[in-house]
Design a protein around this ligand. Structure first.
Ligand SMILES: [Zn+2]
Length: 266
């Protein structure tokens, strides 16, 4: 909670009858049990005590407000999908609004792929779902990835606590911003992504779908699930790749990839 200057000063002034109390010059001596007003008049003992008590109460109230504000500062930390260390945001026109740091710190294909993914109905719905304090998805780029990207399954504590709305959940998305060709084992048919920019868009869609299932507490494997495949088919069609499959051609999560590291990705 943010405490405005007006709020703080308003609370301070109230017990002092709307008048600035002023600072006491060091040379003014106070008689015991009395307090001076701004004009120098000494108040009776009881009145002074009352005013002192009100002042202390106000000070404590302000302190409580400040503590509450400090305590809630973390809970208001921006969440969402982080690229180059900053959360991604979509502008009113539906396009991502990248910060300078994000533009300097990421590949154009990664940004273009994101823009294409959020331009779809399903992609935008997932993007909005994760744009919340509850989630922190850190996107990294790695051209040495043998596949298009991956979303590792988080630790068991995150999976078990997936439904806990009081906790922030952390996920990782690794994107290969420069896939050299169509993934191994995938033939280039019409309606499938083949250009690198298309593949990165499909990577956003596919890997974010895995993260969505993690956020529901659904452990791997996902590829054999009907609900996963239905949602993949929906977003793939919206991307313009209605024939593109995700993980169906292989028996396990390692499909479309060459190494066992691939679990949780294509
Ligand atoms: Zn997959």
């Amino acid at each position: 909670m943010r405490v405005s200057r007006a709020g703080v000063y308003g609370t301070l002034r109230r017990p002092l009858a709307g008048r600035h109390a002023g600072c006491q010059p060091a040379s003014v001596r106070q008689p015991p049990g009395a307090i001076s007003t701004a004009r120098g008049a000494t108040l009776p003992f009881a009145d002074a005590n009352l005013r002192y008590s009100l002042l202390m109460r106000s000070a404590l109230a302000i302190l409580a407000l400040l503590v509450a504000a400090a305590g809630s500062a973390d809970s208001r930390a921006p969440g969402g999908i982080f690229l180059a260390g900053e959360p991604l945001r979509v502008a009113a026109d539906g396009f991502p609004k990248f910060t300078d740091r994000q533009i300097r710190g990421s590949a154009a294909s990664t940004r273009a792929g994101l823009a294409r993914w959020v331009s779809t109905t399903d992609g935008r719905r997932l993007f909005d779902y994760f744009t919340s304090w509850e989630y922190e998805i850190v996107v990294t780029e790695d051209e040495s990835e043998s596949g298009m990207g991956r979303a590792p399954q988080p630790g068991i504590a995150t999976m078990v606590g997936a439904g806990d709305k009081t906790r922030r959940k952390f996920y990782e998305l690794i994107i290969n911003p420069a896939p050299r060709s169509i993934p191994e084992g995938l033939a280039a048919f019409p309606g499938q992504a083949t250009r690198p920019a298309d593949l990165v868009a499909a990577t956003w869609a596919g890997e974010m779908l895995h993260i969505y299932f993690y956020s529901l507490g659904v452990l791997l494997p996902h590829h054999g699930r009907r609900d996963f495949q239905e949602q993949w088919a929906s977003v793939a069609a919206q991307l313009g790749f209605p024939s593109m499959e995700h993980g169906q051609s292989e028996p396990d999560e390692g499909s479309w990839r060459r190494s066992r590291r691939s679990r949780g990705s294509w």
